[in-house]
Design a protein around this ligand. Structure first.
Ligand code: NAD
Length: 367
């Protein structure tokens, strides 16, 4: 069977890690028909929009996309294509497994955490009021009138929106994921002690939903304490469900625990669509240098293969990547404990994964 998949190479390091990932996917023997589309600055220049309609149409039709990272201009310019894509397609759950592979450069040897990040609201709702505008002034006046709080005139506003509907939906997703994947515990991170009317809703929803899953342990933890505990005793965490911004930050924290962003895959999932992409961004300073680690992108592809029920190929590809990490010879600079040691290039890592894939596919126990 041939899978039709939307391919978004992205920019920065995106095109080279997507190319590497296509090569290893080819080597699994699974057949793909790629519908390649462009987004970001290139699409802005060509079509006048950073996320053109044809991209959304392609994903709606194919239901699955493999995506490289896309640069977002800082402070000015167009809003994030990544956020817009998740919101436009209601890809409400961002799933980011963080697992230590033997041989990866980290003192934490037994991390196996799955981050479930709410993907559609919170401070990413895109509701902002620039300082010095009429709207910002009206908002400051409204706040003064209703709360007596005096806002400094040179303030801007970014609005945090948390709904019960989205909170319940993401917590339910986390518990269903835990149940389906034989996970034992769900931890909800929040700051409801301070943000009573936003994180308070998330926390209440989490506690309510948790009651329906008595077979799975539940705990809630204030986000700052959670960050500290994650660094001290990461082994005690299993599935962690978080509102959007904390989910973004804790994903990178957990990537750090397992040896860096080069090993952290991800998926954005809706009820009937899925976009697979690594946690990391477009690392523009490394673009075109054949230097970065393609493994986070490749591991995102293993998640895609599982989603497409190509389980055997997914397992083989993950085993091949793990074997290359364990051997420690053909790995990029980020997986070297001593950065002065010679490191493999992106394409050499890809060659090594393909060679291992041939070995694991031949091994009798691979199934
Ligand atoms: P980044 O993840 O791109 O890079 C941070 C650093 O992490 C890099 O400088 C590099 O040292 C390291 N790194 C990242 N990926 C690596 C890899 N595969 N191998 C080895 N090292 C790697 O984060 P940033 O610099 O904050 O963001 C750059 C751009 O990417 C920004 O425009 C940002 O908005 C965008 N971004 C996009 C996505 C996405 O497309 N989903 C996600 C995050 C950031």
């Amino acid at each position: 069977m041939q899978h039709k998949v939307t391919l978004i190479p992205g920019d920065g390091i995106g095109p080279e890690i997507i190319e590497a990932t296509k090569r290893v996917l080819d080597a699994t023997g699974v057949k793909f028909e790629w519908d390649t589309v462009i987004v970001g600055q290139a699409a802005q220049d060509k079509f006048g929009a950073p996320l053109p309609d044809n991209v959304l149409e392609s994903i709606k039709e194919n239901k699955v996309a493999l995506k490289g990272p896309v640069t977002t201009p800082i402070g000015t310019g167009f809003r994030s294509v990544n956020v817009a894509l998740r919101q436009s397609l209601d890809l409400y759950a961002c799933l980011r497994p963080c697992k230590t592979y033997p041989g990866s450069p980290t003192p934490f040897k037994n991390v196996d955490i799955v981050i479930v990040r709410e993907n559609t609201e919170d401070l990413y709702s895109g509701i902002e009021f620039a300082r010095g505008t009429k709207d910002a002034d009206s908002l400051a006046k409204l706040i003064l009138k209703s709360t007596k709080a005096k806002i400094k005139e040179d303030s801007g506003f970014s609005i945090k929106v948390i709904s019960e509907t989205a909170s319940r939906r993401i917590v339910k997703f986390a518990f269903e994921y835990a149940r389906a994947n034989n996970r034992k515990k769900v931890t909800a991170g929040h700051k409801a002690n301070i943000l009573k009317f936003s994180d308070g809703i998330f926390l209440d929803a989490a506690r309510e939903v948790a009651k329906k899953y008595p077979d799975i342990e539940f705990e809630d933890v204030v986000i700052d304490a959670l960050c500290m505990r994650l660094v001290r005793t990461p082994g005690q965490y299993d599935v962690i469900v978080l509102p959007n911004l904390y989910g973004d930050i804790v994903s990178d924290l957990c990537a750090g625990l397992i040896g860096g962003l080069g090993l952290a895959p991800g998926a954005n999932l809706g009820d009937n669509m899925a976009v697979f992409e690594p946690t990391h961004g477009s690392a523009p300073k490394y673009a075109g240098r054949n230097k970065v680690n393609p493994m986070a992108m490749m591991l995102s592809a293993t998640m895609m293969l599982r989603h497409l029920n190509e389980t055997k190929s997914a397992n083989n590809l993950e085993k091949a990547i793990a074997a290359v990490i364990a051997e420690g010879k053909s790995v990029t600079y980020d997986l070297k404990t001593d950065r002065n040691q010679p490191a493999a290039t992106t394409s050499e890592v890809t060659d090594a994964v393909i060679a291992k894939l041939k070995e694991v596919s031949r091994a009798p126990e691979s199934n």
